[in-house]
Ligand binder design. Structure first.
Ligand code: ATP
Ligand code: MG
Length: 363
């Protein structure tokens, strides 16, 4: 039986990828890629979307396109199994967005909670670029162009998926069954839904400068973990500590596996024991941070090393992206054809239409 499921997911090339991306989406993508259960996997760099709030800084986007591609290869995305492409190279996506814009109201866009937060973060309140405001529509085009069934992303993307589903339903209702309704695939571990920043802020984000990057050196990782936000009321080792809002523990929830105790911290059998001791008092932040640093180094070292290998042949990376764009474009063009037909804007390939009109005028 032919496999039916198609994955689409991507990232904005606004910076290198960080461990929030890793636990929120990247790690899952690689697992899904290697599961062999999907008919097709599309992974893309949303450079056109990145430009919507970086329009005066095209160089930043240009530089990060190659950084993100290297991060993809470093974590184990494999161009033999996944099509990796760049959004701006697929003009069909613009045309789809243009038609979808008529299926969405301004007030619907204004209700999008993620976009609302992002507008505040960027001080856009009084001057939102139209392109930024409408990016959920363009995201719906990205997803539907590839007939994606499954979109593995972090929690902040939930409103985008809901918007895409509404567009699909409305389109299919008006024009007949054409587009595929996508499903969101969230991380199953609560800590990974929205990994906080090292400063304790709600989300690790390139735009907030509170990230541990996948390509950070071992020293940088060590330093960032050492200065991480914990429980500000946990002043002395003997003080009872709080777990809630304690970033070090959130990261442990995201990364720690039972086998790490045998390797790095034999005083405890599992994370629950560590948490109990910390809450009771008598366990200092430094010890917990040391354990977290060891776990992160174990996870990040192979990624960092693989990245170094790919960095040796940058033209090959561009070549891989170019090939990915070609493959992606074929699929998007196919969907666009179907959309145009459904919307009755396929005047020249419809012999029946021409015959019918000819008859109408010659009755
Ligand atoms: P920007 O600040 O430019 O928006 P970002 O860090 O939010 O960058 P995106 O490229 O917007 O990154 O997001 C890429 C993917 O990573 C999305 O699936 C998003 O849900 C996920 N993601 C981003 N940040 C986190 C996080 N802190 N925790 C979990 N998932 C995340
Ligand atoms: Mg984002």
């Amino acid at each position: 039986m032919e496999k039916e499921k198609v994955i689409l997911t991507g990232d904005r090339p606004t910076g290198k990828l960080h461990i929030g991306h890793y636990v929120g989406s990247l790690r899952r993508r690689v697992e899904l890629q290697n599961s062999g259960e999907y008919r097709k996997i599309f992974v893309f760099e949303a450079d056109a979307q990145a430009l919507t709030d970086n329009i005066d800084n095209p160089e930043k986007v240009r530089q990060n396109v190659i950084e993100v591609a290297l991060d993809y290869l470093a974590v184990g995305l494999d161009p033999q199994k996944s099509t990796i492409f760049i959004q701006s190279q697929i003009p069909e996506l613009c045309e789809l967005s243009f038609y979808y814009m008529d299926l969405v109201t301004v007030s619907r866009l204004q209700r999008n909670p993620t976009v609302k937060t992002e507008i505040q973060m960027r001080n856009f309140e009084t001057s939102i670029p139209v392109g930024f405001f409408t990016y959920p529509i363009s995201q719906a085009a990205d997803i539907t162009a590839f007939k994606a069934t499954t979109v593995p992303v972090g929690e902040d993307q939930e409103p985008m998926l809901e918007q895409a589903r509404e567009i699909v339903r409305r389109f299919n209702y008006i024009y007949g069954e054409t587009l595929v309704e996508p499903e969101i695939l969230l991380p199953d571990n609560a800590a990974c839904l929205r990994l906080p920043g090292t400063d304790g802020k709600a989300k690790m984000s390139k735009s907030l400068g509170n990230c541990i990057y996948l390509s950070d050196s071992a020293d940088e990782v060590e330093k960032k973990v050492r200065s991480m936000f914990t429980d500000p009321t946990h002043l002395r080792v003997s003080d009872p500590g709080k777990l809630e809002g304690n970033t070090v523990f959130t990261y442990l929830d995201a990364f720690c596996k039972p086998e790490h105790f045998g390797r790095y911290w034999t005083d405890y059998a599992n994370l629950d024991e560590v948490k109990a001791h910390y809450t009771r008092g008598g366990l200092g932040d430094m010890k917990v941070k040391k354990f977290l640093a060891a776990i992160l180094q174990e996870e990040l070292t192979p990624i960092r090393e693989r990245r170094k290998e790919f960095e040796k042949d940058i033209p090959a990376v561009y070549d891989m992206l170019k090939k990915g764009c070609e493959v992606a474009r074929e699929t998007a063009a196919q969907t666009l054809d179907e959309v145009r037909r459904a919307m009755k804007i396929n005047y020249f390939d419809d012999a029946a239409l021409i015959a019918e009109q000819a008859q109408r005028f010659h009755q």
